[in-house]
Design a protein around this ligand. Structure first.
Ligand SMILES: Cc1ncc(COP(=O)(O)O)c(C=O)c1O
Length: 439
C-alpha cells in the first residue's frame, strides 16, 4: 500500500519535477509522514521490497531512506525494520484536522490549506533557514520606548489607521531604502504591514484574479507559496540556478500575473540574481504585463563582495513591488514589515489595506520609528552583522577541510543561512546563522 501511495506521489507533476530520483522519493516519503498518511510507529517495507515495488535501483531507495533517518523521520530497529519515528510532529493531529475540515465542509481552498499545513514542521525542525538570533535584542530599551509612546498615546493612536502606517516610521523606511537599497521612492509609496506575509497577501488580493498564475522560484520560500495558494493563485515553478531564477522558453506558455523572487539571496539556495537575469525578469514582466514581487528578506546582512542593489532600483517601468521585514534584524513576533508600491498604486493600496486589514498598532510603530531615529536600529544591525560574520567565518574554516572539493557552498556572502550541496553524499546542508549549526 505504501508503494502504491509513493508511485502516485512520484507521478504527480509539481515542484520536485527536476529533482534526482532519490530526492523525489525522499520528498514523497517525507510529505507522507508530515501530512499524516504515514504515522508514528508505522513500519516501512524493506528497502529490497521498495526497490522491487518502485522499480528503482537499491541505491536510490537506500539514499532516500538514509536521508530521512539522518533527519530523524525514520529509525531502524535491528532485526525488526525501519519505522516512522515517534517524535515526528503530530501527524495524527494533522490528519484529524484535515478530516475535521472535510467534516466541517471547508471550501476546496480550506481543505487544500488544511491538508498542507506545514509551518510547524518547516520552522520547528533544526536549522531551518531564516530565523534570526534575537537573544541580544535590547529588551529594556524597547520597553522604555514602548512605555513612553503608550503614555503619550492620544486617542487617534488607539484607533485603526488609514494612512499606510505611522508617518515617521514610513519616512524612516523610505530614507533607509533610498540610501541602502537604491530604491528611488517617496514616503507615500511605503505601506507598513504586519510583515511580508501580509504584504504578499495584499499584492495577491489587489493585483490578481482567482486562478491567475504566479511564477515561483523552485525551490521557493514556503511562506510565499502559502500566501499565493490561499488567494486562489496557480503556482508555476521556475527553476533556479547559480544566477537565481532561470525562466525557460517553455515557461512563457504559462504567462504570469505575478513573479515572486528573492534576488539578493535566493531562498534557500543563496544564489544572487545576476544582472542579466534581472533584465530578463523585468522584460518578462513587461511582456506579460505582470508584477514582480521582490522579497528582500535578509539583504541587511552582506558579509563580503560588492553590495547588491535591489531589483526595484532597476525598474523603470513601475512593475516591481518591494517587500521588507523587521523580523530578521529585530524579532519576528514584532510583526512589522513594509511594502513599497509604484507611485500610481500607492493610494489604492493604502485604501485597500485599510478596508481589508484594519491596520493599527500605532504606539508600537511610533516606538519603532523612534528606535530607528535614535540610531538603535543601526546598532542592533551592526551587532548582528558582527556576530553572524564571526559564526560564518568559523563555520567556513571548519567546513572546507572536511567537506572536500566536490562540496559546493553557495550563498555564504549574504544572509542568515548558506547552502551546501555534497554530491557524493546526496545531501543538501543549510547553515543556520542563529544557531551556527548545520542541517
Ligand atoms: C524568504 C522570506 N521572506 C520573508 C520572511 C519574513 O516574513 P515576515 O515578515 O512575515 O516575518 C522570511 C522569514 O523567515 C523569509 O524566510
Amino acid at each position: 500500500m505504501l508503494s502504491e501511495l509513493l508511485l502516485t506521489e512520484l507521478a504527480r507533476p509539481g515542484l520536485t519535477d527536476k529533482l534526482p530520483l532519490h530526492r523525489k522519493l525522499y520528498e514523497a516519503l517525507r510529505s507522507a509522514i508530515l501530512d499524516g498518511r504515514l504515522s508514528a510507529g508505522d513500519r516501512l517495507p524493506s528497502s529490497r521490497q521498495l526497490t522491487l515495488d518502485l522499480n528503482m535501483s537499491r541505491n536510490t531507495v537506500v539514499s532516500a531512506l538514509d536521508q530521512l533517518s539522518v533527519e530523524g523521520y525514520l529509525s531502524s530497529r535491528v532485526g525488526s525494520g525501519t519505522y516512522v519515528n515517534d517524535h515526528v510532529p503530530k501527524a495524527a493531529a494533522r490528519r484529524q484536522a484535515a478530516q475535521k475540515s472535510r467534516n466541517l465542509q471547508f471550501s476546496q481552498r480550506g481543505q487544500t490549506l488544511a491538508r498542507n499545513f506545514c509551518a510547524e514542521q518547516l520552522e520547528v525542525q533544526p536549522f531551518t533557514p531564516g530565523p534570526a538570533d534575537f537573544s541580544s535584542f535590547p529588551v529594556a530599551l524597547w520597553q522604555r520606548l514602548q512605555n513612553k509612546h503608550w503614555r503619550m498615546a492620544y486617542p487617534e493612536m488607539l484607533d485603526y489607521n488609514d494612512s499606510g502606517g505611522y508617518a515617521p516610521l514610513r519616512r524612516a523606511v523610505a530614507d533607509y531604502l533610498r540610501v541602502f537599497r537604491s530604491v528611488p521612492l517617496e514616503q507615500e509609496q511605503v505601506i507598513i504591514t504586519s510583515g511580508t506575509q501580509q504584504s504578499m497577501q495584499l499584492c495577491a488580493q489587489l493585483l490578481t484574479d482567482h486562478n491567475d498564475t504566479v511564477w515561483l522560484e523552485d525551490p521557493a520560500y514556503w511562506g510565499a507559496a502559502k500566501a499565493f495558494m490561499a488567494n486562489g493563485l496557480k503556482l508555476h515553478a521556475v527553476p533556479v540556478d547559480q544566477h537565481g531564477i532561470a525562466p525557460r522558453t517553455l515557461d512563457d506558455a504559462t504567462p504570469p500575473r505575478l513573479i515572486y523572487v528573492t534576488p539578493s539571496h535566493q531562498h534557500p539556495t543563496g544564489a544572487v540574481m545576476s544582472m542579466a537575469r534581472r533584465d530578463q525578469i523585468l522584460s518578462i514582466a513587461r511582456k506579460h504585463k505582470a508584477w514582480v514581487l521582490e522579497d528582500d528578506y535578509d539583504s541587511e546582512f552582506r558579509f563580503s563582495g560588492p553590495p547588491i542593489s535591489s531589483l526595484a532600483g532597476l525598474d523603470t517601468d513601475q512593475r516591481v513591488l518591494y517587500m521588507g521585514s523587521f523580523s530578521k534584524v529585530l524579532y519576528p513576533g514584532l510583526k512589522l514589515g513594509y511594502l513599497v508600491v509604484p507611485k500610481g498604486l500607492a493610494s489604492p493600496f493604502k485604501q485597500a489595506h485599510y478596508d481589508l486589514n484594519r491596520p493599527g498598532q500605532m504606539p508600537l510603530q511610533a516606538a519603532l520609528a523612534e528606535f530607528i531615529e535614535m540610531g538603535h536600529f543601526a546598532s542592533a544591525l551592526r551587532r548582528a552583522r558582527q556576530s553572524y560574520a564571526e559564526r560564518r567565518r568559523s563555520l567556513l574554516a571548519a567546513l572546507q577541510p572536511c567537506l572536500g572539493e566536490q562540496a559546493l557552498i553557495t550563498g555564504a556572502e549574504q544572509g542568515l543561512h548558506l547552502f551546501c550541496v555534497c554530491p557524493t553524499r546526496s545531501m543538501i546542508w543549510t547553515w543556520h546563522a542563529a544557531s551556527g549549526h548545520w542541517v
